[in-house]
Design a protein around this ligand. Structure first.
Ligand code: FAD
Length: 396
């Protein structure tokens, strides 16, 4: 009987197990995950999980039982012997015919992050800790104005906290979306009373056992009883260091997510770097939809089924009651069209040097977003776009 072992019990790992069963796989599936919780979803952790303790389960207990997987929760994978086809964990070894690496990313931290009151937002335990802390209305500093930091700032502000975001760039999100769109989205913070300090560098945390403030490079200290560090994440591959697998910025894979040089091993989700069908060259994407879709691609590789169609990258963020949606890779182009007056009615289209639409950002406009997604997928020329994705034609 064919044995599949999956490491990582989050969206990429669970969707792989589900897709295997959907595609008729009748071998054994072993799922190893280092967290003790029933498999849960991560996007709610910086959103509704900060106000409610309803666990964002990825599947019900019944669905889990029907999957017929052997689940090892609270177990950490420690290495792979690719020649012997054995996964090592701190709870014992697992022989496999196919191994799926779905270990996601680990949040970057700063020196002193072990002080009480300093936290990243990555796990259900983080969300529980932060929700409980927000109830006491601490002064909050968020380090990093990326999406997770921004969502946490919005939740902390809604909970009645005084919130300051510090950001090293001159404009938040400029590296992803450019200055003009980054500046528009940053207005969401200021209109909700959240202070955004840009071109500011963290120096150190102040406090002996619990955080009391954040010292900046110029010597200023921002007082805080709660600090969230949101400065990005690195692929969770340290456990694979001695495995001989090709590891760079993630696990290096082919188009079908097979690890290069190891046809029996796959990677999926945030940890995988692979030639995306839409781009041809290897990229690594930290979006929920990507991890969700990878499951079916990996399962097709294992069962010999048809590979699903690849979609353009898509990510959303919920802040202050607004939904920001991003499709494609805006950083691959330049801003070709920007509509709306403020952050709430923003529509931004990005095109490459040839005038082909490569990405876009929309706030609170699902219909405009659907059109934009189609334009990115079909590689439409900006010249062919109609309002609201292009300026309205001037009447003759
Ligand atoms: C707070 C937050 C908010 C987000 N919001 C959005 C959003 O709004 N929209 C969006 O598109 N995306 C969002 N994302 C990103 C999205 O959640 C990820 O892209 C997605 O979770 C990736 O899934 P994954 O299964 O690849 O990895 P992960 O979800 O990171 O799961 C990997 C799992 O592997 C486990 N693991 C790691 N190493 C080991 C090991 N050695 N042994 C055993 N287990 C291990 C980890 O504990 C973890 O449970 C958000 C992420 C976070 C953290």
């Amino acid at each position: 009987m064919t044995r599949v072992v999956i490491v990582g019990a989050s969206v990429a790992g669970i969707r792989t197990a589900q897709a295997l069963r959907m595609q008729g796989f009748d071998g054994t599936i072993t799922l190893v995950g280092e967290e003790l919780h029933h498999p849960y979803d991560k996007p709610p952790l910086s959103k509704e999980s900060l106000t409610t303790d309803v666990p964002p389960h990825l599947l019900t207990q019944d669905e889990l039982e029907q999957l017929d997987v052997t689940l090892h929760l609270g177990v950490r994978a420690t290495g792979v012997d690719a020649e012997a086809r054995v996964l090592h964990t701190d709870g014992g070894d697992h022989a496999y015919d196919h191994l799926v690496i779905a270990t996601g990313v680990s949040p970057r931290t700063l020196p002193g992050s072990d002080l009480a009151g300093v936290r990243t937002v990555r796990t259900a335990d983080d969300a529980t800790f932060l929700r409980e802390r927000l109830a006491a209305r601490p002064r909050v500093v968020v380090i990093g104005a990326g999406f997770i930091g921004a969502e946490f700032a919005a939740a902390a502000s809604a909970a009645g906290c005084e919130v300051t975001i510090i950001e090293a760039q001159e404009t938040p999100l400029a590296h992803l979306l450019g200055d003009r769109v980054g500046a528009r989205l940053a207005q969401l913070h200021s209109t909700h009373g959240v202070t955004v300090r840009t071109s500011v560098r963290f120096d150190h945390f102040v406090g002996d056992t619990a955080v009391e403030g954040v010292a900046l490079a110029d010597g200023e200290v921002l007082p805080a009883e709660l600090v969230v560090v949101g400065i990005g994440a690195n692929p969770a591959t340290s456990w694979l260091e001695a495995s001989g697998l090709p590891i760079g910025n993630g696990v290096e894979c082919g188009a079908d997510l097979r690890v290069l040089g190891h046809p029996e091993i796959f990677a999926a989700g945030d940890v995988a770097r692979w030639p995306h069908a839409h781009y041809g060259e290897p990229i690594r994407i930290e979006h929920w939809t990507n991890a969700n879709e990878h499951g079916a691609l990996v399962a097709a590789g294992i069962t010999g089924g048809d590979a699903p169609r690849a979609n353009a990258p898509y990510v959303w963020s919920d802040q202050y009651g607004h939904r920001i949606q991003i499709v494609g890779l805006p950083s691959r182009g330049a801003l070709a069209h920007l509509a709306g007056e403020g952050p709430e009615d923003l529509v931004a289209v990005y095109a490459d040097d040839l005038g082909v639409v490569v990405g876009g950002v929309v706030v609170d406009d699902p219909r405009a977003f659907m059109k934009l997604r189609k334009a990115v997928t079909k590689r439409t020329s900006v010249a062919e776009l109609q309002p609201p994705l292009a300026p309205a034609p001037v009447p003759a």
